[in-house]
Design a protein around this ligand. Structure first.
Ligand code: SF4
Length: 119
């Protein structure tokens, strides 16, 4: 049984159905509400994750390498956008093509440094 997922949930524990109710310290303490900070939902808007998603969206829609100028249009913060793009390259999700274009990794012939592409 997934006690934490099915019975003892944070919002509404189902103590009457719980197999450990008799030994539950929280019940024994009188169900005192926790005094610590509550968990906040993870923010997405404005994060690098959002920028990465926007960049990947453009690359996914493209039929070939995408010039950096096109990627520059997805987010106005140059520093954050560059960091997100560099992260995608480092993570192996995006490949640079030449000096100023990018494509999804594996979305074309293999690239050789300073040389021709492999067919
Ligand atoms: S009795 Fe305790 S462990 Fe069981 S559901 Fe209630 S709070 Fe959770």
């Amino acid at each position: 049984m997934e006690l934490g997922a099915l019975v003892c949930t944070a919002r509404s524990p189902r103590c009457a159905e719980c197999p450990v109710e008799a030994v539950c310290a929280w019940r024994a303490s009188g169900r005192v509400a926790p005094s610590g900070p509550s968990r906040r939902p993870q923010r997405y808007a404005g994060t690098d994750r959002q920028v990465r998603g926007l960049l990947l969206g453009v690359l996914r829609e493209a039929t070939g390498p995408v010039p950096r100028q096109r990627l520059d249009q997805v987010w106005t913060d140059d520093v954050q956008r560059s960091r997100a793009l560099a992260g995608l390259v480092t993570d192996g999700l995006v490949e640079p093509v030449g000096e100023a274009s990018f494509r999804l990794a594996g979305d074309g012939p293999a690239l050789l440094p300073d040389g021709p592409t492999l067919a």
